[in-house]
Design a protein around this ligand. Structure first.
Ligand SMILES: Nc1nc2c(ncn2[C@@H]2O[C@H](COP(=O)(O)OP(=O)(O)OP(=O)(O)O)[C@@H](O)[C@H]2O)c(=O)[nH]1
Ligand SMILES: [Mg+2]
Length: 295
């Protein structure tokens, strides 16, 4: 049986986390149409009779501006080093840019076996547009396979699993069969809240928001009390998140609670606070506290 680690790497918004969630069959990574949604490594595990694959979702590759971003890129490097196989995930519906060259160079430098996954093919009316893209990438690296997929529509995702299993080394399973992720409930909860913040707010907020689960208490077997803190950098941003008459914060709370309850399989009380921490993205101690350690 084959077993091992497979890292997803690519530019922001390529669909890495969408694919992770689809393959595992459960929402474990936040997804949004805003870039830099993922901030740390997230493992998703699938176990089949033929073997076990531990997928490692990573932050989208970008130029670091803050200490937070530097740590996000350290997490990418860490994943590159620590896995048996890479999947470069490329949004096939956008044209090639410097960012793609940069990601490709990371793969080349790793010298690891890699699959090229051309994602979002559901957006391509004319599938022959894939051919020049495949040509371009084939000239640059010896891909074990090139697979056009749609993570969103779950097209060809089984083929991804088959091929990962094929190219992983022989070995015994690392995790037990019922384990789906390495993420704790607290982190899953805070990521659900952060995702809802991204969905409900506009373009400025994504980069300046962190969410921490400060209290998680199973009051009864079928009821939990949860407090999350939404951290922003300025008072104006706090106002945006709270909204008129707290309408936006309520909306975030309703959407997050719905998903948290589905995850837990029972009801919960979710309380949200918004807190201002100036320049938190550059403060090492706060980043450590928020679980953004970079490895
Ligand atoms: N049409 C289409 N949209 C997709 C597909 N896969 C992902 N998306 C969308 O692309 C956006 C980004 O998806 P994510 O999964 O968050 O992308 P990511 O690569 O994890 O992004 P970062 O975490 O920022 O690096 C979301 O709006 C997804 O719904 C796909 O196959 N087809
Ligand atoms: Mg992501």
């Amino acid at each position: 049986m084959n077993t091992g680690y497979v890292a997803f790497i690519g530019r922001p918004n390529a669909g890495k986390s969408t694919l992770l969630n689809r393959l595992v069959g459960q929402k474990i990574a936040a997804v949004s149409d805003k870039p830099q949604t993922t901030r740390f490594k997230i493992q998703g595990i699938i176990t089949r009779p033929e073997g076990q694959v531990v997928f490692v979702d990573t932050p989208g590759v970008h130029q670091p501006g803050y200490e937070l971003n530097r740590r996000m890129m350290a997490a990418v490097q860490d994943a590159l080093m620590g896995v048996d196989l890479l999947c470069l995930i490329r949004d096939a519906s956008v044209s090639t840019g410097n960012g793609d060259r940069f990601v490709l160079d990371l793969v080349k430098r790793s010298e690891k076996p890699a699959l090229l996954l051309l994602n979002k093919i559901d957006k391509l009316e004319d599938k022959s547009k894939l051919l020049p893209l495949i040509d371009w990438y084939r000239k640059e690296y010896e891909w074990r396979e090139v697979i056009p997929i749609s993570a969103l529509k779950e097209q060809m995702t089984d083929v991804v699993v088959e091929n990962c299993l094929r190219y992983l080394p022989e070995g015994e399973p690392i995790f037990s069969e019922d384990e789906l992720t390495d993420q704790t409930l607290r982190v899953l909860v805070s990521e659900i809240v952060r995702e809802k913040v991204l969905h409900v707010t506009g373009d400025e907020i994504p980069y300046v928001t962190a969410v921490v689960t400060e209290r998680y208490e199973e009051v009864r077997e079928d009821f939990a009390r949860i407090n999350c803190v939404i951290v922003v950098e300025r008072n104006t941003q706090k106002k945006i998140i709270i909204g008129k008459g707290a309408s936006r914060l309520k909306e975030i709370g309703i959407r997050a609670r719905r998903e948290i309850e589905a995850l837990l399989g029972h009801r919960c009380h979710l309380e949200l606070f918004v807190k201002v921490e100036e320049d938190w993205r550059n403060r090492e101690q706060l980043l450590d506290e928020y679980g953004l350690s970079g490895n």
